[in-house]
Design a protein around this ligand. Sequence first.
Ligand SMILES: C[S@@+](CC[C@H](N)C(=O)[O-])C[C@H]1O[C@@H](n2cnc3c(N)ncnc32)[C@H](O)[C@@H]1O
Length: 408
Amino acid sequence: TVQQSICGHGIPKTPVDADATVCIDSEISPPSSPSAWAPWTHIPHCVEAEEEPWCVYTNAGFPRGHGISIITTPDQASDALNILTHAMDKPFFAPEKLYSTTPYEIREIPGKGKGVVATQKIEKGRALLVDYATVLAAAEYPADVMHEEVRELMDAAVDRLGEPERVKTLSRLGRDSEEASEVEDLLLTNSFVVGVGGKDYMGLFADVARFNHDCKPNAFIHFSETTLAMTIWVARDIKAGEEITISYAAAGMVSKERQKTLEEVWGFKCQCTLCSAPKDVLEASDERRQKIRKFQAKVPELAQKGEFHSALEAAEEMFELIETEGLTEQMGDMYEIPARIYYHVGNLEKALEYTLKVKHEINGYGFPGKYGEQKLKILDGVLKRIKSELEKKKNLIFKDEEEKNKTG
Ligand SMILES: C[S@@+](CC[C@H](N)C(=O)[O-])C[C@H]1O[C@@H](n2cnc3c(N)ncnc32)[C@H](O)[C@@H]1O
């Protein structure tokens, strides 16, 4: 076990070697005292900033020899360190629903570079892959850290990995070299924003990075802060030969917003089926997504005003639209509101149906993490209560009918 304390430029102190860490200036830890560095395998490479330095922390071997580098401040590194230590205790978590052999391959996709294509029928609800972060770079860096210094850290972050080629062979948009270095271009082309310890990071997941974007994707990503892993889940059945896609943009955006995000943040013009569809198809989809957005605000508003029946009508209509747009799996968190209202108005059957959907949504991710586990416990309590109330209700109805039969 590694203590959480940090010294010097973020080198963790360990119980074995508590004082021997601050001033070691060799690039790589001497094999005789690896515990002094654990879990980092290299001395953190830092640039000075006004408040605190900005460093790259690397474990070249975790997991499965790939390596992970984190670019952040020593304070933030200590949060990441906790998570990493925890993740290293459980070196590979595989959700039960994970395919044991890869059911897809990487192929050239016209207009999109490489992409991922199913080699067999893939079922909805299964997990396709679990991919640990390879590089995590804090999204905001201090104002006095120069752009060139950030590039220097990014280069070190990739070079120090156990398998730097895994990253270096990923696609690049080829931004002007004056504006972005090769590694920066790689990170910008392939990273997703993820939250770790309340901060936003650009996360590079080398296997996930091969999946192209689609505005109506057939799979979706879920990042776990407890394992630093990204899982790809299957949102609907996929046929052999079909491309497997995820969404890079938030669910529910209309076409113009999606295209703007994809061009400005990701730097490409979307060529997905929906974006290339005839105008009327795109307009109909936009109209549905606009309505979904309105309902997302309206349902809780109506519930707050005590207009429960209107709130439920709106919620049912919203879920129908979500289903038509193929966004059900991405918007599962919306089930909680109708679950609560149905319970409140005494419709226990519907309350049970929606509470089970909330549970399925959390459980679906296979490994819910600390908050997910707490939430699951609470949900199990709620489900027990609803089921026992339903039982009582059924018994009452049964007794009522018996009475009626007797008197009749
Ligand atoms: C994370 S990578 C995806 C894999 C990449 N196609 C490859 O060859 O490795 C993101 C890049 O893929 C391309 N891409 C992804 N989705 C696309 C789409 N819907 N339309 C056009 N290009 C897309 C863009 O060039 C984008 O910068």
